[in-house]
Write a protein that binds this ligand. Structure first.
Ligand SMILES: [Zn+2]
Ligand SMILES: [Zn+2]
Length: 384
């Protein structure tokens, strides 16, 4: 079914959901097809925008950014191109320095900003657009993360990763030709971000039962179905074909929309994400090149399944029934490997001791009750 029709149906279902959470109506145009880049200029013109900024980095400018700028120019739109050049470590990161670069680059006359690239380019643009009070349009260049459609911007401020209020895109243009040409490690990272839903969904039940946190069965089901579709079609995703990236991108968008709907990341982000955030902060502090978000999440989720199953086996807490059905670590790592992504700590170049520190401290990063919170606060160290 067409994504826009699916969104309309979820909005209807959300209106009738009795979970007690407030459900936000999702209004986002989604264009996902081969050649979607050519739909951007007509959309921009139809919205009456005469001036637009196009933001990209060294890689995504070649992948799509310059082409998008050219198509807009041809349609009579005044275009201001903003190239975000990599820092000394070779990365674009969502930190203070890049926020200022973007603020300086986006022309004050822009009526819309197009984020062409990765999740990081999107997080910078969504934050700056929120502050400038102008709409932004999403043009992902790889199916690498579920954050494209997010309203929150995870930013690294003073070395600490925190999520700030920002804005969701008005429209997303996911060109399957562009996505299928992306390096396979990026597609594998998107798959890793989806694989992490095994532990995030299980953690959500634990948050509900042990932390009395809000739980929405509709958002849970949306995310669960998106995850299942990735597992069912893993060989297409592993090929990085247009079919594969379209299945993966759809799952990533659905995951993003489930978060938008309930205005919280609970369905998509549990202990595995908290560990990933902790590792990311360590890398930045050490001046090491960043690891892809989904790569860290996938490996962390695989390792957590053992720990979480251990909680189910050793603790008498009924909430841990949620961990009983988690796939085995080896199975999770096989899936990661098949798609061409890292599967172990060694693959990520993260030491066992760095991981143990992340494991023991990550629960303090977010005010959320997960299996990690229980493990670190309720289980004695020698029993962990
Ligand atoms: Zn994620
Ligand atoms: Zn609900």
């Amino acid at each position: 079914m067409d994504m826009n029709k699916r969104i309309a149906r979820w909005n209807e279902e959300a209106a009738g959901c009795t979970c007690g959470s407030r459900h936000h109506e999702v209004r986002m145009q989604i264009c996902m097809e081969s050649g979607a880049l050519h739909k951007i200029a007509p959309y921009v013109v139809s919205q009456g925008y005469k001036q637009a900024s196009v933001v990209y980095d060294d890689n995504t400018g070649n992948a799509a950014g310059r082409k998008v700028a050219g198509l807009l120019l041809n349609a009579g739109v005044t275009v201001n191109e903003v190239l975000l050049e990599a820092n000394k470590a070779g990365d674009v990161i969502a930190d203070e320095a890049f926020i200022v670069k973007l603020l300086l680059g986006v022309s004050n006359n822009s009526e819309a900003v197009l984020a062409v690239g990765s999740g990081t380019v999107h997080d910078l643009v969504r934050f700056v657009c929120f502050k400038m009070n102008i709409p932004f349009l999403s043009v992902p260049t790889a199916a690498s993360v579920d954050g494209f459609t997010s309203a929150g911007a995870p930013l690294i401020i003073g070395g600490v990763k925190q999520t700030f209020q920002a804005t969701a895109p008005d429209a997303i243009f996911a060109d399957l030709e562009v996505l299928s040409r992306a390096p396979q490690v990026l597609t594998a990272a998107g798959f890793g971000d989806m694989l992490g839903k095994f532990t995030s969904l299980a953690d959500w039940k634990v948050s509900r039962d042990l932390g009395q946190e809000p739980f929405c069965p509709l958002a849970y089901l949306m995310t669960e179905e998106a995850l299942e579709s990735c597992i069912t079609h893993i060989s297409d995703i592993a090929e990085g074909s247009e079919t594969g990236v379209s299945i993966l991108m759809e799952a990533l968008i659905v995951s993003g929309i489930s978060m938008l709907m309930i205005d919280h990341s609970r369905p998509a982000s549990g202990g595995e994400h908290h560990i990933s955030h902790r590792l990311e902060m360590d890398f930045i502090e050490q001046g090491r090149p960043a690891i892809l978000h989904g790569a860290k999440v996938g490996v962390a989720s695989a390792l957590l399944t053992d720990i979480y199953r251990g909680l189910y086996e050793k603790e008498t807490e009924p909430a841990f029934e949620a961990y009983k059905q988690l796939p085995q670590r080896e199975q999770m790592q096989d899936w990661l490997r098949v798609t061409g992504g890292p599967a172990t700590l060694a693959d990520l170049d993260v030491t066992e001791s760095a991981f143990q520190i992340a494991l023991a401290t990550a629960h303090t990063l977010r005010p959320r009750y997960t299996g990690l919170t229980y493990r670190n606060e309720r289980v004695s160290p020698e029993m962990r």
